[in-house]
Design a protein around this ligand. Structure first.
Ligand SMILES: [Zn+2]
Length: 284
C-alpha cells in the first residue's frame, strides 16, 4: 500500500499546495568549501547541506528548498565531486527547508534515502503528518529506503557516520558524528541538529506532540555530554559560518575548530526551551 499512498501525495503536491514563506538567504548562492577532512559544505548562504565523501561514493545530508539541486551540483563540481556519485541521502530534520530537493536528487542520482523512524512518515508524506506544519504537503515526498537508529554507524566505502538522535524540533531530528584525522590531529566532528523551537510549537501545556518536552530534554542532555571539536549545523547562522569562513578562503583544518561555540549554542537553545516551559506553565 505504500506506493499508491505515496503517489497520491505526489499528486497533491503537483497540484500546487501553498509553500511556506521563505527566507532569501535560503536560496542565496554560497561557494562550497571543505570543512575538515572528508566533510564539505555544499549548501546555500544559510541552509547547511553537507557532503561526506568516500572512495565508493558520497553521503549528502540535507538539500535546502525545492530547486536547490543545481546549486548543490555546482558547489560539488567546484570541489571536484559529481552529484551522480551521491549514494546515500540523509537529512537532519524533516522540514521543507532541509528536505524539499531530496526527491529530485534521488531521481537524478538513484541514491538511497536513509532516515530515522521519527522522520520517516513526514518524509514519505511530504510533511503532511507534521504535528506543527502538517495538514498540507510542504515538500515533495520521498520514499525512505532504510531506517537508521541512535548509535548506529553508517558506512560507505571508507567513510563512517555515527547517528545521534536529537528529537524535539521534529520527532526524528538527528545529528551525525564523525572522527577525522587530519594533519597529525584527531577531531571529533558533529553535524549537529540544534534544539531550536519553531514559533507556534508548544512544549508543556497542550504540547505539539506528546513527549515533545522530554524529547528536547534528552537532546540537550546528550548534546551537552558530547565531546565536539568542530561543528556545523542545519543553518549557517547557528554555527556562525560567515564569521568563521569567507568565500575563497584557503582550507585550514583549524577554521571550524570551536568547542566553546558548540557548548554555548547548546546552552542557548536549552535556555530558550526552559524559558518557554516556564512561560507556558505560568500562563495556565
Ligand atoms: Zn525546522
Amino acid at each position: 500500500m505504500r506506493q499508491p499512498i505515496f503517489a497520491t501525495f505526489v499528486a497533491l503536491f503537483a497540484l500546487g499546495a501553498a509553500l511556506p514563506a521563505q527566507n532569501p538567504d535560503w536560496t542565496r548562492p554560497f561557494p562550497g568549501h571543505r570543512v575538515i577532512g572528508n566533510l564539505y559544505s555544499v549548501g546555500t548562504y544559510d541552509l547547511g547541506c553537507y557532503l561526506v565523501t568516500s572512495n565508493q561514493g558520497h553521503f549528502l545530508i540535507n538539500t535546502g528548498v525545492e530547486g536547490s539541486m543545481e546549486q548543490i551540483r555546482k558547489n560539488m563540481k567546484a570541489l571536484g565531486f559529481k552529484l551522480e556519485d551521491v549514494k546515500v541521502l540523509l537529512t537532519m530534520q524533516a522540514h521543507w527547508d532541509h528536505t524539499a530537493e531530496l526527491a529530485a536528487i534521488q531521481k537524478a542520482t538513484g541514491a538511497k534515502m536513509y532516515a530515522t523512524a521519527g522522520d520517516k512518515p513526514l518524509l514519505e508524506d511530504g510533511g503532511f503528518s507534521d504535528p506543527r506544519f502538517g495538514g498540507k504537503v510542504s515538500f515533495p515526498p520521498i520514499h525512505v529506503d532504510r531506517v537508521i537508529r541512535d548509535g548506529e554507524v553508517l558506512e560507505l566505502g571508507d567513510a563512517k557516520l555515527t547517528v545521534m538522535e536529537a528529537p524535539g524540533h521534529t520527532q526524528g531530528s538527528v545529528s551525525y558524528l564523525m572522527k577525522v584525522h587530519e594533519g597529525g590531529k584527531d577531531y571529533n566532528v558533529a553535524i549537529a541538529n540544534m534544539g531550536s523551537i519553531n514559533p507556534g510549537v508548544r512544549l508543556a501545556v497542550n504540547p505539539t506532540y506528546p513527549g515533545i518536552a522530554e524529547d528536547y530534554a534528552k537532546t540537550f542532555r546528550t548534546q551537552k555530554a558530547l565531546p565536539v571539536d568542530i561543528w556545523v549545523a542545519g543553518h549557517a547562522s547557528q554555527y556562525e559560518l560567515h564569521k568563521k569562513h569567507k568565500p575563497g578562503q584557503a582550507y585550514d583544518p583549524a577554521t571550524f575548530v570551536d568547542p566553546e561555540g558548540y557548548k554555548a549554542s547548546v546552552a542557548h537553545y536549552e535556555k530558550l526551551y526552559l524559558d518557554q516551559i516556564a512561560a507556558e506553565k505560568s500562563a495556565k
